[in-house]
Design a protein around this ligand. Structure first.
Ligand SMILES: Cc1cc2nc3c(=O)[nH]c(=O)nc-3n(C[C@H](O)[C@H](O)[C@H](O)COP(=O)(O)O)c2cc1C
Length: 352
């Protein structure tokens, strides 16, 4: 059995619909109140972190999935003020903000949260999100976006630790640049990344404290975790590896399975196709079948009673060799309460 404390966090529903693309889920509106309530319960129930993604354009479809969203950092500033203990991880796109601005934004978040801030760095993958604001340059390309991200993050890390920074790169020119105060977190705010391609992996493992990995099956996720650990070993560093998990808790396993089936049956095919398009998969005539193959759930699912969910979470962590989970729910209030009351105490004991 894997040893050590496992970090359990929540991926806040910062964009409408959350991580199930379905017409049959309870309404997640992507607005501040639902996010704040979820964060407050996560804190109360003893979770370790709350994170929000950065999202600028949704997938369309009947539900207009992810079409309504809050901006990550400003939202997390409100949540930081309202909480005392959970880590506060916000997302910034390297394509959108000058790193000097970001260094100070995250430092500010660090002071508001009293040293709980973290930065999820995303290089940007979905053309439509950035092309709509004139911030997409086809000439840069996928790996080039990681080269840009590397410069961007180097500037931020240096501004967090050095009195004055000079940096002449391909993408950024920083001269005699100052940024004070330094963050209060030591050695610095957490850095989190989720690149999955070989170049994204290399960047994420080298530059961050924790990486998120994904996959269509447990075996794919296990292989990705193994790959991340191998890259880390080559770099002679240790890294935490997390994965997302959707939890559907009910009074019986049969009831939970019924709920999962209901969500699956309500799949918003139009939005799933929009998501596939955002991944660069063009629409073709077989689209409806393709959407159904992908399904309504955007990540792995643990469904059942709290006992069953605990067992599945335990098995998932072990199978994939993970250091933590970031949970998502159809109903964050009900789900987080179920985790806090019925699952987390057992999980803490398992990994004491
Ligand atoms: C947990 C998690 C969080 C992510 N958060 C964001 C995000 O907030 N915004 C975004 O545009 N992409 C986000 N992504 C996508 C990744 O940044 C990345 O683009 C994707 O994993 C593909 O990897 P690649 O860029 O190496 O090809 C996230 C991915 C994961 C697994």
């Amino acid at each position: 059995m894997g040893k050590g404390y496992k970090d359990i966090g929540v991926f806040l529903p910062v964009a409408n619909g959350g991580w199930i693309i379905s017409k049959n889920t309870p309404r997640l509106d992507g607005m501040y109140k639902q996010n704040l309530d979820a964060a407050l319960i996560a804190e109360e129930e003893g979770l370790d972190f709350v994170m929000s993604m950065g999202k600028w354009r949704g997938f369309g479809g009947e539900t207009n999935h992810w079409g309504t969203s809050m901006e990550s950092v400003t939202m997390m500033a409100g949540i930081a003020q309202a909480t005392n203990r959970v880590k506060i991880w916000a997302t910034m796109h390297t394509l959108l903000h000058n790193p000097v601005v970001v260094a100070k934004m995250i430092t500010t978040l660090d002071y508001i949260s009293n040293g709980r801030a973290g930065l999820n760095v995303v290089a940007g993958a979905y053309r439509g999100e950035f092309a709509q604001m004139g911030e997409w340059d086809d000439a840069i390309g996928h790996d080039g976006r990681y080269a840009l991200a590397e410069e961007w993050l180097t500037v931020i890390k240096r501004l967090w630790s050095e009195p004055r920074v000079d940096f002449q790169g391909k993408f950024f020119n920083i001269s005699d640049c100052v940024s004070d105060p330094k963050p209060m977190s030591r050695p610095r705010p957490d850095i989190i990344c989720a690149g999955m391609s070989p170049r994204g992996f290399e960047f994420s493992v080298r530059e961050s404290d924790a990486v998120f990995i994904g996959g269509r099956s447990w075996d794919e996720i296990r292989d990705a975790a193994k790959r991340a650990r191998e890259v880390a070993e080559r770099m002679e560093k240790t890294i935490k590896i997390y994965c997302m998990l959707n939890v559907v808790c009910a009074d019986s396993d049969a009831e939970a399975e019924k709920i999962v089936k209901h969500y699956q049956e309500g799949i918003d095919e139009g939005a799933v196709l929009g998501m596939m398009e955002s991944w660069g998969i063009p629409k073709d005539k077989d689209t409806s079948m393709a959407a159904r193959r992908i399904g309504a759930f955007m990540n792995q699912v643990a469904a059942g009673t709290p006992e069953t969910c605990h067992e599945k979470m335990h098995q998932f962590i072990e199978h994939c060799d993970l250091d933590g989970l970031m949970l998502t729910f159809a109903d964050y209030i009900q789900g987080l309460r179920a985790v806090g009351k019925g699952i987390l105490p057992k999980l803490r004991k398992t990994y004491a």
